[in-house]
Design a binder for this molecule. Structure first.
Ligand code: ADP
Ligand code: MG
Length: 423
């Protein structure tokens, strides 16, 4: 309970269908206790035997279906109780999706594939978490497909991935991320490399289909696809591409009537496009908050939540590994070899000679064992961050969640940098 100002406490009594919303101030922590009744945080039931400690920056809603009382201790920013929530609507959506899982099970066909879309800060990630939690509470094994490269939940920013959810999210730490399938993207927004982004989405769909072929429970449980808030222009094309690749059955549009109408027009009739309100509780995050979130996500990857781990630091000889960047600088059309389309350069591998400018960049270690495997479409074992490059001695230093030796030798370099201030 370090860092919690216990002199500040407040009890709240919540009537049925109400929620308590609060935010934790920066550099503060807040303790939540369930005193009476039942309550949940984004679909995970709270227990009375545990105190939940939320870290700075957390934005939380404690919702109750039947009424409860809770206590908050510590410095809370903006806490209030609201009865204005779309939780009943979301629960009905869950019930409808669950009905599709039941039919899928009966007929042994693919379960529902739900694509969640909308602008930034409309609660997409939260709705995905809610739907996954409700499904797993019924014994389903639904897969989260996360293609939000900026604020994704499966791994660090600059990656996309899939995670089959087998237990509810922890109210504080979220889903258990021990065994996600992760792919390197390298940028915090899809327009960093659209062609690569779409390639990875198709790849994830193929991999998920393959998993459905050998695991019936996964097949019947379907998937929930979390997206980023880019819904205009090429972002919209990416949404269409995702719906097609995954053969989405349901597209859940949060808050945007315009997007809803466009999707209804452009998607085939058998796709069930539905418009739902956003929760008035969803908090808008300014640009800096998004950047801080990203940095925290990376920090957590190396140090664990609440810094419970310590990463390994070691040197790698230039000669031990090969580093590649995805995407060659685009050339004017007239310079391209005959028959090569300009966009092909976006998914070209270019070997990088390690130099000082690589410092602070994140590298993804590919699972590929040889270059015969397509590095771009091979999942990654994990990430390291370059902390120093010493060209004179032909070595670079990294921070890594795992000790030496490296299990593989091919790295992909990200545009994303992380400066480790814990050193
Ligand atoms: P999106 O994925 O659309 O950008 P999120 O689901 O990440 O939006 O929600 C934005 C922020 O709002 C998150 O920090 C989330 O924890 C918070 N949030 C979501 N729903 C609520 C709510 N009902 N009450 C309070 N905070 C909420
Ligand atoms: Mg999100």
């Amino acid at each position: 309970e370090k860092g919690i100002d216990l002199s500040i406490t407040q009890d709240y009594k919540l009537a049925k269908d109400n929620e308590l919303r609060f935010e934790v101030e920066s550099n503060a922590r807040v303790k939540l206790d369930l005193l009476e009744g039942s309550a949940e945080v984004f679909g995970t039931e709270l227990v009375r035997s545990r105190s939940y400690i939320f870290e700075s920056g957390a934005k939380i809603a404690v919702f109750t279906w039947f009424g409860c009382s809770v206590k908050l201790s510590g410095k809370v920013e903006a806490s209030y109780v609201s009865k204005d929530t779309p939780m009943v609507i979301y629960l009905n959506t869950h019930a409808a999706v669950e009905q599709l899982r039941k039919s899928a099970e009966q007929d042994d066909i693919r379960g529902p594939r739900v694509l969640v879309v909308g602008a930034q800060d409309v609660g997409k990630t939260t709705v995905c978490r809610l739907l996954l939690n409700y499904a797993v509470r019924l014994g389903r094994k639904t897969t989260l497909i996360d293609i939000d490269v900026g604020q994704g939940g499966v791994s660090i920013p600059g990656s996309v991935g899939a995670l089959t959810v087998e237990r509810p999210a922890d109210p504080v730490d979220g889903f258990d991320l021990k065994v996600p399938l992760v792919y390197h993207f390298g940028h915090t927004a899809p327009n960093g490399n659209i062609k690569l982004y779409e390639t990875l989405i198709s790849r994830l769909a193929d991999v998920f289909n393959a998993k459905c072929d050998y695991n019936k429970q996964v097949k019947h449980s379907g998937c929930i696809i979390n997206t980023c808030g880019w819904v205009k222009g090429q972002g919209y094309q990416c949404i269409l591409h995702t719906a097609q690749s995954f053969e989405a059955d349901v597209v859940l549009v949060l808050d945007s009537e315009r997007l809803y109408n466009d999707l209804k027009r452009d998607l085939p009739d058998f796709v069930n496009v539905i418009l739902q309100p956003k929760s008035p509780g969803v908090v808008e995050r300014p640009r800096e908050a998004r950047r801080d979130n990203r940095e925290n996500k990376i920090k957590e990857y190396f140090y664990g939540p609440r810094k419970i781990y310590f990463p390994h630091a070691f040197n790698i000889k230039f000669s031990e590994v090969e580093i590649y960047k995805i995407g060659a600088p685009s050339l004017p059309d007239s310079c391209l070899p005959l028959g090569m389309e300009p966009e092909n350069t976006q998914t070209k591998l270019v070997q990088v000679t390690p130099g000082r400018d690589m410092t602070h960049h994140i590298l993804s270690l590919s699972m590929a064992e040889s270059l015969d495997e397509n590095l771009i479409e091979t999942n990654v074992a994990g990430f390291v961050v370059v902390t120093n490059v010493d060209p004179d001695n032909q070595v670079f230093s990294v921070l890594s969640p795992a000790p030496r030796p490296l299990p593989r030798k091919y790295f992909l370099i990200m545009d994303i940098r992380f400066i480790d201030i814990n050193k």
